[in-house]
Design a protein around this ligand. Structure first.
Ligand code: TA6
Length: 305
């Protein structure tokens, strides 16, 4: 991967005190956004939001202290972009090529198309399209656009366009790791009455009341409304996640045993993180015809309670 020209990025897209570029320990470009409402950091590797701090509140996202910042590896924490499949790949054109879990968008260098700011809004527009490399993994022509907007909320919009002559299947998701004080002090609201399956079991169950996590959780919910809140009693903070473009939300925490299988997480990190992930998967996977587009959107807002 060629090293980024940080001074050039700053000249072309930067603005002192508002939009600033630097490189991380692996030499990959990171952009910091700052405005009156919040500060945010985005890695152009993966189009990955690493940090979101609304003014007067602590960090909303969890990033593992053991996270690896290395080309070809996904970053543990923040907001990975899972695309063009969520979880394991179901299809491949070249079975000899090992297919990355949760797709390849999170391990690719994205292009920065534009930055924009006003007094209260800062926006990044990133893009990814098919290349020789992506064609070896997934043989379709596509245009993927990611808009990251920082204002009173943090909004991510992921637009997929099929530029191929054939239809393609798409599953995808935002995979945010929310930072929590202690998982035992956390409840998840907005799921009451929703049906879910707890991966890998296909059995459909129903949520009654709020969700408090008591053990390993990997549930695919179909909530009635597109609004989920994480309430943290110790931080006295509520984080509201709203979304469109899917009806499914995955709630994931590996808990004490499963977490030991992750080299890039500390054994007790499961107490500090909770993933609530708007995603198109299973029934809400999509088939896009040539020239068709689909938009997945997620909005995150945190406030003191
Ligand atoms: O969204 C939940 C999940 O798919 C889990 O099954 C778990 O494996 C997790 O994501 C993390 O996946 P990763 O590929 O980032 O290790």
């Amino acid at each position: 991967m060629p090293s980024p020209d940080i001074p050039l990025l700053n000249r072309r897209f930067g603005s002192a005190g508002r939009i600033m570029f630097r490189s991380d320990e692996a030499g990959l470009p990171i952009v910091s956004l700052v405005n009156t409402y919040a500060a945010c950091e985005v890695s152009l590797y993966g189009g990955h939001v690493l940090d979101y701090r609304p003014a007067g509140l602590g960090p909303v996202l969890f990033v593992s202290k053991r996270a690896v910042f290395e080309p070809g590896k996904p970053i543990r924490g923040g907001i990975p972009i899972c695309w063009p499949w969520f979880g394991k790949a179901e299809q491949t054109v070249l079975p000899a090529v090992p297919l990355p879990l949760h797709g390849f968008a999170r391990i690719m260098q994205w292009n920065l198309s534009e930055t924009e700011y006003t007094a209260n809004t800062t926006e990044l527009r990133l893009s990814l399209s098919d290349s020789e490399l992506t064609r070896q993994i997934w043989d379709f022509a596509f245009a993927l656009k990611l808009r990251i907007r920082l204002e009173q909320h943090l909004t991510l919009e992921l637009v997929t366009e099929n530029r191929d002559t054939r239809p393609f299947d798409l599953s995808q998701g935002f995979h945010p790791y929310f930072r929590v004080s202690d998982i035992s002090a956390v409840s998840v609201h907005g799921l009451n009455g929703a049906t879910f399956t707890n991966h890998p079991s296909p059995q459909r169950e129903q949520q009654h009341g709020t969700l408090t996590l008591q053990g390993e959780t990997n549930r695919i919910y179909t909530p009635e409304k597109n609004e989920i809140a994480i309430r943290d009693e110790k931080l006295k903070r509520a984080t509201l996640i709203t979304f469109s473009g899917t009806r499914n939300v995955v709630v994931w925490n590996p808990w004490a045993e499963r977490i030991k299988t992750f080299d890039d997480l500390a054994p007790d990190d499961y107490t500090r993180m909770l993933c609530v992930e708007p995603a198109n998967l299973g029934d809400t996977s999509i088939t896009l015809d040539p020239n068709e587009r689909h938009t997945l959107r997620m909005d995150i807002q945190a406030r003191l309670t």
